[in-house]
Ligand binder design. Sequence first.
Ligand code: NAD
Length: 723
Amino acid sequence: MSDTTKGQALSLEVEDGVAVVTFDLPGESVNKFSPAVIEEFTQVVERIEQDAAIKGAVLISAKPGIFIAGADIDQFLEFRTAADAAAASAFGHAMMQRIEKGRVPVVAAIDGACLGGGLEFSLACAYRVAADTPKTMLQLPETQLGLIPGAGGTQRLPRLIGLQAALDIILTAKNVRAKKALQVGLVDELVHPSILRAIAIQRAKELASGAVARKRDSRPHGAKELLLDDNPIGRAVVFRQAREMTLKKSKGHYPALLAAIDAVAAGFHGTEAEGFAEEARLFGQMAMTAVSRELIFLFYATTALKKDPGVAGVAPPALPVDRIAVLGSGFMGSGIAAISVMKGIPVRFKDTEADRVAKGVGAVRDILKDRFTKRQITRQQFEDQLGLVAGTTQYTGFGHVPLVIEAVFEELGVKQTVLKETEARLSPSAIFATNTSTIPISRIAAASRRPERVIGMHFFSPVHKMPLLEVIVTPQTAPEVVTTVVEFGRRIGKTVIIVNDSPGFYVNRILAPYVNEAGKLLDEGIAVDVIDKAMGAFGFPVGPINLIDEVGLDIAGKSGAIMAEAFGGRMQPSEALQKVLGAGRLGRKGNQGFYTYDERGKREGVDESVYELFPGGKKRREVPRDEIQRRLSLAMVNEAARCLEEGIVRSARDGDIGAVFGIGFPPFRGGPFRHVDAAGAGEVVAQLEALDAKHPGRFTPAAILREMARAGRTFYPQTGKPA
Ligand code: NAD
């Protein structure tokens, strides 16, 4: 017998005494929870509870590849007070509790992404059966948005899978794939997608009849129940270690991580009701933090960028890219090749010598092997992907390649020669992209017979780990070339920003005055580690001097000279860097720089002997930490503002994304433009002017900042969606 009713997002069908509820949010590609959807769920649950003929229920999604993507983040922006947000959490709790404690057992039939509130919903169900497909992944991403799971996740997850495993999932926001989910007890059963619905209905019946036990108590009962969880001393140790590790890693910048631990702990120390109340309270508190606001902004900004074709107005469709060629199978070339074959795109390597090609293929193998070792891919996938790389020292096969990415030596002459040689073999529609880090694209394109098909693709190292790709366009680049390269960049997993051709492009341009300012502090007698620690405390992943060591002093010196030539006084390199470079120190790659390295290349402490190269020697001066932070961060922020003013970046959004994803500008500060908005342009201009008075010419406020300060404007609208 079948009885069907359809609401807005949910439809209900009764099959053999089991209510099958199908979630299909109209007009959206994913299912999300909003207050309206929760209300609808509550009504459906009521209907099911009242119908004595219904013995069990199943929740399934009609969206391909998505079970439930979590809460609708738009609603988070509506919260005006912590109490508002806490009330929304409590509203969700009430619905989930009806599912958990109701008369009828509910089975979650999970196929595809099961995220945030979606996973929390599943946890409230009596049983979870998942489709064994690569798209099935479970995740609690809330802490990445500066929040904590607010629909029962901090309470039910530890009970289901044990304290340590739950803290790991909540604090790292990691993706748990189907097999792993079964292993840790996050789902009860894996099945082929074709029988997911049938098995879920079957299990609902078995739960209803008692053939499968239904667990409704609040005691730990997880598959991986840990002895520690039942033992107060053991628990105290786990909580203490989690807090210590979290503080060490987050340096206290991400309060939601500690709040999540507190919410989990509340569930262990108090009653069930107290645990849920504490989760709601802490969720409310976190929803009001500036950190959460900035992280949500970054989420919106990256989502918006994914839909941005890269050109204004009507965007021409991207050309199909079914294979690529990579010129130069060195460090960058092999990284680019690796991330392409990972996405199933065949790569043709070209280098000057056969052994260099072989080395490049070997480097791709190493990157893929690492993924295999970490079980991110199967042996078959490893072999298939490696099979997509082929190498040549000639230009054979180039006639059919739609996109060539050049990563040869950083010399204009070499790049132009390679461009001419390649062009002679390419089809007329093929695109030539260069990965130069410092040479203006138009100078390389000057050697081209069709400069409209030349573009910059600036990858960051290591290519397979760094999320950003700067696509650099010249006034001549054809729109179709831009859309093609932007789409290709996204396909290989990068967040792509469009940048106009100019020395340093965007990321290296804003990095230059920041690194230079660190050098000036060295010139003034400040210690290496004092500078690096100050910027670490500000939230950068590595300090500026450490970064110079990593990049290589020769490379930093070369690009510093280019920037000084282009932008004059404010980018004049520090004497300290020149002296250390002059002494033949290259940084990590030469095992000698500002820091010392052991024989395996692991960084040790500051190399005190470096001070002998500076006036004042080992005797270093003290400077307040906040002064270091202000000088370095504002040097970068001011340069970012200039880039927007000059149209190097198209928007504050692109500038923020470039700084966060390309350099590691602290995500909890949102990026340089968000940073200005938070402080107020007037305050930033005042600070810049004060610094400029002390260090003439280096901190002259960008005109756009002065203008904004005068008009009291911000880069972003102050209400609604930020990007
Ligand atoms: P690399 O020295 O590791 O590799 C360069 C490769 O190009 C070598 O294998 C070399 O044999 C090959 N090559 C030289 N001339 C060639 C020719 N005529 N035809 C074919 N191959 C040729 O250098 P890399 O670090 O991979 O840098 C490559 C490019 O990427 C440079 O333009 C660099 O500025 C840029 N880049 C580097 C980084 C970085 O961090 N290393 C970051 C961004 C961009």
